[in-house]
Write a protein that binds this ligand. Structure first.
Ligand code: GUN
Ligand code: ZN
Length: 434
């Protein structure tokens, strides 16, 4: 058949959740494997020789020993913070006031928003991330710029206008009504257009009044199937501030719950300092907890209990939290998740880390049937990962006895140099200039 493409390399296809099963048995590894792509989707995955014989007319792209994987999915980012990543010396509230809010003010200018959106996607794609879930700024223009750029690149992407009506500088606030109206207009304009999804986005309880949270809860209820994202219990000072701002609330989560902002499509960034009641409610409602490990160490927030929360059956995702996070790389993010779990006494298996960054995040977003795995019918957003991308990694990988040992040095020490190729809906991207 015309237009078929056969990508050859090592393949790793997850068919189970490595937190629920023996991790190494959750994926099938093919040392000489192939992914057949047709019409922007994966048509078949299997041994290279068998697929070559079955599809002799397919165009062949041979990536040698590189690992063909689904592109990474980043479940929590602030694309508008690209230019202030790695800003020194502050904890959450001061970091927001000193670095983040001044930069976000600049997104009133559509030209700035467009330039940063383009820069952001250049960076994420170079790092092998093919789908992101982003906050915009308070300005609807910031979401327009994000979606326009994602559409231009045919990416599966998620974003929402960040809503704030208090405790933020003039120029970065909206109102309950304008937050509702602007969010609804953006949702109706972009949600489901091509590969784009709108996400209802109150920034966090300290910067939203009860009325604003309730207005966004109402909008979320009017649009079943959409996601909602916000921040929860990132730092202890923030938790205390929420308790002072919402004396009637049982806890931080209750500020969202009271507004109708809790449910299976809710994504809570950080979720570090949780009470027993919060853990129980998050689990009962099937909400998602998004682990942002490089951010949690960089801003000094704390050690997310990934092992304990996963064992308790919570739904968990993994994210860079750019630019509170200190990297655009999901490899670096997996490494930080590994290190934080070690500090809590548990060694995460490479299968668990890789799954979180691909199939796990896709499932968290309700997109398991579209992205995140190597399986027929899944959209062909793929990466080729060089498992020997630096001399240090190469010499360690040369000693590996199996795929997990071969992968782990790249997880711990890899960066954008490990990303040898990227395909979006089956189309290979050109190497970035320079
Ligand atoms: N809490 C509220 N806003 C933010 C943000 O932009 N970054 C992080 N890390 N935490 C937040
Ligand atoms: Zn965040």
């Amino acid at each position: 058949m015309n237009g078929q493409k056969l990508i050859l390399g090592q393949t790793l296809a997850f068919h189970a959740d490595p937190f629920a099963e023996e991790p190494a048995a959750a994926a099938r590894h093919e040392r000489r494997g192939a992914v057949l792509v047709a019409g922007g989707r994966i048509a078949a995955v299997g041994p290279a020789e068998a697929l070559r014989a079955a599809h002799p007319a397919a165009e062949v792209e041979d990536l040698g020993a590189a690992l063909i994987s689904p592109g990474f999915v980043d479940a929590h980012v602030h694309y508008a913070q690209t230019a202030i990543i790695a800003s020194w010396g502050k904890r959450l509230i001061d970091w927001l006031n000193l670095y983040t809010f001044p930069e976000e003010l600049r997104f009133a200018d559509p030209a700035h928003a467009a330039a940063i959106a383009a820069r952001y996607f250049d960076l994420t794609l170079a790092h092998g991330t093919t789908s992101v879930v982003s906050y915009g700024t308070v300005h609807p223009e910031s979401v327009e710029a994000f979606f326009a750029e994602a559409a231009r690149r045919n990416l599966r992407a998620f974003a929402g206008k960040t809503c704030m009506d208090r405790n933020a500088p003039e120029g970065l606030t909206d109102t309950p009504q304008s937050a509702y109206d602007d969010s609804k207009r953006l949702l109706d304009r972009w949600h489901g257009v091509g590969r784009l999804s709108y996400v209802v986005t109150p920034r966090f309880a300290p910067t939203s009044s009860r009325e604003q949270l309730a207005a966004l809860g109402a909008l979320w209820a009017e649009r079943p199937g959409t996601l909602m994202q916000t921040h929860l219990s990132e730092q202890t000072d923030e938790v205390a501030w929420v308790a002072a701002l919402f004396p009637e609330a049982r806890d931080y989560l209750d500020t969202y719950e009271a507004a109708g902002l809790l449910g299976p499509g809710a994504l809570f960034g950080h979720a570090i300092h949780l009470t027993e009641r919060e853990r129980a409610r998050l689990r009962e409602t099937g909400a998602g907890l998004v682990h942002c490990p490089t951010s949690n160490t960089f801003i000094g927030s704390g050690l997310f209990d990934l092992p304990g929360l996963a064992a308790a059956g919570q739904r968990i995702g993994l994210a860079t939290d750019t630019g509170g996070g200190s990297s655009f790389s999901m490899l670096r993010t997996m490494a930080a998740a590994y290190e934080i779990a070690q500090l809590r006494g548990t060694a995460l298996h490479p299968a668990q880390l890789w799954w979180l960054a691909t199939a796990g995040n896709a499932r968290l977003l309700g997109m398991a049937d579209r992205i995140g795995t190597l399986a027929p019918g899944i959209e062909a957003d793929l990466i080729a990962v060089d498992l020997a991308s630096t001399p240090a990694i190469a010499q360690r990988a040369a000693r590996a006895g199996d795929i997990w040992e071969a992968l782990f040095p790249t997880i711990m020490m890899g960066d954008d140099r490990a990303i040898a190729a990227v395909w979006i809906a089956g189309e290979r991207l050109p190497r970035p200039a320079g």
